[in-house]
Ligand binder design. Structure first.
Ligand code: FE
Length: 163
């Protein structure tokens, strides 16, 4: 609820200002072997999310297709997509247009951390392009709830990231 001195218009959401890289390791949510994500903003009305993706040692993020744009900024480490020639390195900005389909690979022992803004969904596909699964802002929220419950932060810990 906003107080009467607020300059916010009615129904405006609360702003969100947090340390992107958390002190508490438990805030990182396991995604796959050697891969974690740290939710920053889980936007349930835009159907989008911002997270840090972290890979330690060698990790592979299963091939997936993006039906909506993705924006990225590499903070730490190096990685590449099996389907492309470039190597993502610290300071690189990425725009991935709709239709982009790729498999993210880290093959050094360096830790990599990249900020991603994913819109819509990630559609996981097999080698023939057949859909095998998906993620959207709601499955991300459910993953967070389950993990934060298991590590003792409480499933409602995720609520601070939701707008
Ligand atoms: Fe992707």
């Amino acid at each position: 609820m906003q107080d009467e001195n607020s300059v916010l218009p009615p129904f405006a959401k609360q702003d969100l200002i947090i340390d992107a890289e958390p002190e508490d390791e438990r805030v990182w949510v396991p995604q796959a072997p050697n891969i974690w994500f740290r939710p920053l903003l889980l936007n349930t009305t835009a159907g989008a999310w911002f997270n840090l993706l972290r890979v330690r040692r060698s990790g592979v993020l299963t091939r997936h297709r993006h039906p909506a744009p993705v924006y990225g900024y590499v903070i730490k480490g190096h990685w590449h997509y099996l389907e492309h020639d470039f190597v993502a390195s610290p300071g690189k900005f990425l725009f991935e247009p709709p239709g982009e389909t790729h498999t993210l690979v880290v093959d050094s022992d360096d830790e990599m951390i990249t900020l991603f803004n994913v819109n819509g969904a990630m559609i996981y596909v097999d080698e023939n392009g057949t859909t095998i699964g998906y993620e959207d802002v709601f499955t991300k929220i459910q993953m967070c709830m389950k993990h934060y419950h298991e590590v003792g932060l409480g499933s409602d810990y995720v609520e601070q990231f939701i707008r």
